[in-house]
Design a protein around this ligand. Structure first.
Ligand code: ASP
Length: 349
């Protein structure tokens, strides 16, 4: 049987054209992508495409779009062997992380890709990215998908989606997965790193895909910096209806030890707000208790995000707070790897 892949087009630079009046880049229809990448027609598998009714620059992504993507994948899951999602680069890591948490029993590839230059431009990186993503989306060993995960393909690498960060606004290799190896390297051959790919959910490719789409946006982020005032910290902690705060700490999870700061955070935790400690560093992990400047955070009940990316922390919080009422359950799940997003304490997929 011929394999089949569904391309879902959401917008982003890959399909943008320059507005002749304003000179700014705006999303355009899928036809100009397929016209500029005629190679799509040369694959020996079937490729269909679906464009979202509202194409966007991904800076406008909202959780509703993640729900829309889940619904499209759920509806088409049996019909296709893989999915390629064309998405703007700015928030691609957030969307890929979100889908990894929202979908259960995933046994087929879902590959996000996009580009730094539109496909209509001569030096575009969009062509290569799209072609490699399609090839991987249709890559199977018999009934087993080679990459049955939500991933991001960009430049010469394929990464686990919830481990990835956009770290470069200009280079073609714009993404990196600082705390987890690439799932594949794209050169003359596509070299899969099978040890890094998760196969635990794909033993039965016929098991039903499930999605969870009730995400909570009652979260905030508190990025500390030298000189941050108590008023700022207090204001964030006092936002009405707030359920979770991502504390962006220094180094291995450190924050000021001054009494007032700790008191405000403790007070928030005592009022039921969940505080998740994520490091401002791109590489390495939170290790609360290693320094005096993190011991108090541990004592007052801040949860460790270990080596999770900020992007994955945001969508994991939205998912868990949307899914569970019980704060202890949410805290328990924040501290373990649900979809390979943490290095330590992984419990699988
Ligand atoms: N602003 C664009 C977007 O995220 C950037 C890109 O696609 O590279 O949609």
């Amino acid at each position: 049987m011929k394999k089949s892949v569904l391309i879902i087009y959401t917008g982003g630079t890959i399909g943008m054209i320059r507005d002749p009046k304003t000179g700014v880049l705006c999303p355009f229809d899928f036809d100009q992508i397929s016209d500029n990448v005629p190679e799509i027609g040369k694959f020996d598998f079937k490729i269909d495409s679906y464009a979202l009714p509202q194409l966007i620059d991904s800076s406008n992504v909202k959780p509703q779009m993640w729900v829309e993507l889940c619904n499209i994948i759920m509806k088409n899951y049996k019909k296709y062997d893989g999915f390629v999602i064309l998405h703007g680069t700015d928030t691609m890591a957030y969307s890929a992380s979100a889908l990894s948490f929202m979908l259960r029993n995933l046994a087929k590839p879902i590959i996000f890709t996009g580009s730094q230059l539109p496909v209509g431009t001569i030096r575009t990186d969009g062509k290569e990215n799209l072609i490699a993503a399609l090839e991987i989306a249709a890559a199977y060993d018999g009934e087993q998908a080679i990459v049955p995960e939500v991933s991001i393909l960009f430049g010469s690498k394929l990464f686990r989606g919830n481990r990835t960060t956009k770290f470069d606004a200009e280079n073609f290799d714009a993404f990196e997965s600082f705390n987890y190896p690439a799932l594949a390297e794209i050169g003359i051959h596509i070299n899969y790193n099978r040890k890094a790919i998760n196969y635990s959910t794909s033993t039965d490719i016929h098991s039903d895909l499930e999605s969870f789409t009730n995400l909570s946006t009652d979260i905030a982020t508190l990025k500390i910096f030298p000189g941050i005032t108590d008023e700022v910290v207090q204001t964030i902690c006092n936002i009405k209806g707030m359920k979770g705060i991502i504390l962006e700490s220094y180094g291995s999870g450190n924050a000021p030890t001054d009494k007032k700061f700790i008191e405000i955070i403790k007070n928030a935790i005592d009022r039921g707000i969940i505080v998740y400690n994520v490091t401002q560093c791109l590489k390495g992990r939170v290790d609360m208790g290693r320094y005096e400047t993190s011991r108090e955070l541990l004592n007052i009940g801040v949860c460790s995000g270990y080596d999770i990316t900020f992007e994955a922390a945001v969508s994991k919080m939205m998912y868990l707070i949307g899914r569970y009422e019980n704060a202890d359950e949410i805290k328990k799940q924040l501290k373990i790897g649900l979809k390979g997003e943490l290095t330590k304490n992984d419990v699988g997929f």
